[in-house]
Ligand binder design. Sequence first.
Ligand code: BEZ
Length: 210
Amino acid sequence: MTLRLGDYAPDFKAETSLGPINFYEWAAKDWIVFLSHPKDFRPVCTTELGYLAKIKIQFDKRQVKILGLSVDTAASHREWIKDINETQRCTVTFPIVADENRAIAKQYNMIHPNEFADLTVRSIYLIDPSHRIRLIMAYPALTGRDFDELLRVIDSLQLSQEHKVATPANWRRGDDCVVVPSLATEDIGDQFPQGVREVKPYLRLTPEPH
Ligand code: BEZ
């Protein structure tokens, strides 16, 4: 069955570069970025995981853990991590799942046979603390991912969880937000102390709430 937004992320046990994990137990109460790459010791993959390692503190601040996956072995991941650290000048500290039998990749629809017969594509699942899938992305092999976009989506989702707002196109931290359509104007009350500007009855802007 294809996983979709709002579905529960399947639990699994896996071998990783840092030893065995039970996914839900490891996730605890954090958000999770669960991402696959096609293959260890490949150039784009090397830059991607290196960049993630360098900005991991940004994920930590948002209570988001990172979990990688490919169909390589745990020993291969450990050897490759040495190269990532050396070439990208970083320290990879997050685990990478060794999904040699492709069981987890299949469960998470990370193998797209018309792109790669038996390797994972560049999939990303953002999973919230209740284990629900909140974002799904899939990138082609020759295109390294924009992980700053991932942080932007996390900020948007976490903001929407705290306040009755959504974020408009190309929103960045500090930009105006929109009041969610499900909140009627007459019910806004004092929910947005910085004010609401009504452009249209369905398009109401407010400064980013704090
Ligand atoms: C890369 O990471 O550079 C890569 C991986 C799989 C196929 C092509 C390129």
